[in-house]
Design a protein around this ligand. Structure first.
Ligand SMILES: NC(=O)c1ccc[n+]([C@@H]2O[C@H](COP(=O)([O-])OP(=O)(O)OC[C@H]3O[C@@H](n4cnc5c(N)ncnc54)[C@H](OP(=O)(O)O)[C@@H]3O)[C@@H](O)[C@H]2O)c1
Length: 283
């Protein structure tokens, strides 16, 4: 590929970013369609985020994706927020519209498309969500949109669970209740709610380093789906466990591609070639 001065720049801003697969599949898709863009990853410390975002304007970048830990802080530096970004109070895609930064969040649509691709129908069901960070909010919005009847949320730290509950009362229409992290793992016999849980979604960082999540499998008699937002080349410990137990499952690769494909569309105005993106990830 010959890069010329006609090319526009796209960025991933995170801290760290070395592990990210986004440059791989975004550049593969851009090249496949012959679009004049280059997508690069930048490790930006939280204290430098404001300068980095204003730098996108100064240098005429077309846009950027944001990853951990920048999604929430970035909200403060946007000129305007699109619907899901405003609802989640988190931005994962920034589009530079003639010098104005517009913040989007494509994680909600990414998760909904992953549910659809895998045939997971959660309407009218109760779901247990592990984690209460930015990704958990995106999943909760998607679950609200597909009309689950109840979301149970369990988070390691109570403070973040509390903030999540407070946020959910403003942002969602479906009931959201908390389950204690300790009772989930250590005293499952005290939780009659477990029988009603149809799907478990892991939106914590557990699994990134190969950690197991010791779910009380024996108490989860109504469980039909295990979904992990974490992804791994050969699955994650959680989806492997679900596989052993014959419970339908998928990891975070589908969501990763679908949220990236939506960003691609916002940046370029073209539908992303999904087969190319999935192929780049597999390779
Ligand atoms: N597949 C995708 O497209 C996609 C998209 C977005 C995110 N993700 C993944 O989703 C996960 C969460 O991302 P995020 O943006 O929500 O991050 P975040 O806002 O920093 O939240 C992290 C969450 O993980 C929990 N956590 C971290 N370490 C833990 C541990 N050792 N034990 C128990 N809980 C732990 C935190 O609990 P505390 O409050 O107790 O710290 C918090 O609930 C990450 O693994 C990320 O890679 C995947």
């Amino acid at each position: 590929m010959r890069i010329t001065s006609e090319f526009s720049l796209l960025a991933l801003l995170g801290h760290p970013v070395q592990h990210s697969l986004s440059p791989l599949f975004q550049n593969a898709a851009l090249q496949k369609l012959g679009l004049p863009y280059v997508y690069l990853a930048f490790d930006v410390a939280p204290d430098d985020l404001k300068d980095a975002l204003y730098g996108l304007k100064a240098l005429g970048f077309r846009g950027a994706n944001l990853t951990v830990p920048h999604k929430e802080l970035a909200v403060n530096f946007m000129d305007s927020l699109h619907e899901h970004a405003a609802l989640l109070e988190a931005v994962n895609t920034v589009v530079n519209e003639n010098g104005k930064l517009v913040g989007y969040n494509t994680d909600v649509i990414g998760f909904m498309k992953a549910l659809h691709k895998n045939g997971a129908q959660l309407e009218g069901r109760e779901v247990l969500l592990l984690g209460a960070g930015g990704a958990a909010r995106a999943v909760a919005c998607a679950l609200n949109e597909v009309k689950v009847t109840r979301i149970w949320v369990a988070n390691r730290s109570w403070e973040r669970a509390r903030l999540f509950l407070e946020w959910s009362r403003k942002a969602l229409t479906c009931p959201v209740e908390s389950l204690s992290w300790t009772s989930l793992f250590e005293q499952p016999d005290k939780e009659p709610t477990f029988r009603e849980i149809y799907a478990i979604i892991n939106a914590t960082a557990l699994g990134l380093k190969g950690e197991e999540i010791p779910l009380p499998w024996g108490y989860l008699s109504g469980l039909h789906w295990v979904i992990d937002l974490v992804y791994g080349k050969k699955g994650t410990p959680l989806v492997k466990k679900a596989e052993e137990k014959n419970i339908r499952n998928f990891d975070g690769r589908d969501m990763l591609i679908f949220q990236g494909a939506e960003s691609f569309r916002l940046f370029t105005g073209h539908q992303a070639p999904l087969d190319v993106m999935f192929g780049a990830l597999e390779s």
